[in-house]
Design a protein around this ligand. Structure first.
Ligand SMILES: Cc1cc2nc3c(=O)[nH]c(=O)nc-3n(C[C@H](O)[C@H](O)[C@H](O)COP(=O)(O)O)c2cc1C
Length: 355
């Protein structure tokens, strides 16, 4: 194996090790407020999280986002995450499959997800360097029903060995959309997506956008830990906070495609607020890895159950018994978040006055 390929594989294990040093971060949704409903007129056992995404029925809006693949450790993590996805009935994305395209010997570390969860919803994952042929191969490899294309320019720029050529990414995404016969989800990895780029992605034909905003896993801090190169503290906070990115992207796409909330979504309150804002689903990456590695699979499965039950309780307190109803409940947006959105031409009052 070339040293380049070895370093790609080593990097995947280093990402796991360094992500475990950060406790799963929580994005700041504190300036998004629910309005309490003292007359919910509903019973907790009738609140449902059922929904659908990209034409697939889901029992819950949560999913396990892209994490890993390519090494023996990654294989064990993928197997355990796939068992969790199977037991909880959640979709799961595999980590970047570039390593497996370059080196067929490591394909089993991704395919294990399909073996463990033969009927589950599985998503492929590649970067924006992907050609249509690479994307087709990645989809076939894990029997995926969608493919994620990740955008991560700040991370690549912070990596010693990063690929800093970003020209042509949008055109490649457009080509992948046209070539593959599954929906293409474009995602960020923790720096968020702004409305201008969301419009370009919509126009390129992507089927969904995962905003992957700031507040959860921080890849600048992880890359700084890997390289030993200190980054200025202000730069470590680069990116759009998840709540702001989510609202910007929802405004940009105007309901034409689903928008996924991810990046520090690891609390039921954040999940409820993101879903009320209009997110179609909620992705979790840092939290499942952390719980799995520190406390084990059973603890992870229990936590997912707890998060879902708390989500139902919060829905009930707003008077919503379905996610559709939750999306019509008033939300008051204040402070820096409101000021930012207003400066960006987004009317925050419409969220406060809806019913
Ligand atoms: C250890 C680790 C490895 C990751 N590897 C990938 C990857 O290969 N491809 C990808 O699209 N995103 C990757 N991500 C990013 C996540 O999918 C997600 O976008 C990001 O971590 C924000 O979500 P979180 O705050 O819930 O962790 C990785 C995240 C972690 C924690």
């Amino acid at each position: 194996m070339s040293s380049n390929k070895k370093s790609r594989l080593r990097r995947k294990d280093e990402h796991i090790a360094l992500s475990l040093r950060q406790k799963p971060g929580l994005a700041d949704f504190s300036e998004i407020h629910f309005v309490h409903n003292c007359l919910p007129e509903q019973d907790l056992n009738r609140v449902t999280l059922k929904t659908s995404l990209l034409g697939m029925p889901l029992r819950s809006p949560l999913f396990i986002n892209a994490v890993t693949g390519g090494t023996p450790l990654a294989r064990r993590i993928n197997a355990a995450l796939a068992e969790t996805a199977r037991e909880c009935g959640l979709p799961m994305a595999v980590g970047s499959q570039m390593a497996a395209l370059e080196h067929p010997a490591v394909r089993a570390t991704f395919k294990v997800v399909r073996r463990v969860n033969p009927h589950g919803i599985t998503w492929a994952n590649l970067g924006a360097y992907a050609t249509p042929e690479m994307a087709q191969e990645a989809v076939r490899m894990v029997g995926a029903s969608a493919v994620q294309i990740h955008l991560n320019a700040p991370q690549e720029l912070a990596m010693g060995e990063g690929d800093c050529r970003f020209r042509g990414n949008l055109e490649r995404i457009r080509a992948v959309v046209q070539a593959v016969d599954v929906p293409v989800i474009v995602k960020e990895v923790g720096f968020g997506i702004a409305m201008e780029q969301a419009r370009l992605l919509l126009e390129a034909g992507v089927a969904a956008i995962d905003v992957g905003g700031r507040g959860g896993t921080n890849f600048l801090s992880i890359e700084s830990g890997r390289s030993g190169r200190r980054l200025p503290p202000d730069l470590l906070n680069w990116g759009l906070p998840t709540a702001i990115s989510l609202i910007e992207v929802l405004e940009a796409v105007q309901g034409k495609i689903p928008v996924i909330a991810a990046g520090g979504m690891a609390s039921s309150v954040n999940m409820a607020k993101a879903l009320a804002l209009g997110a179609a689903a909620v992705g979790l990456a840092g939290l499942p890895v952390y719980l799995l590695m520190k406390k084990g699979k059973r603890a992870l499965i229990r936590e997912i159950g707890r998060l879902e039950l708390d989500l139902c309780r919060i829905m009930l307190m707003t008077g919503a018994s379905t996610l559709e109803e939750l999306r019509r409940k008033p939300l008051v947006i204040t402070g820096f978040t409101a000021a930012w959105l207003e400066r960006r031409g987004i009317d925050v009052n419409k969220y406060a006055r809806r019913s």
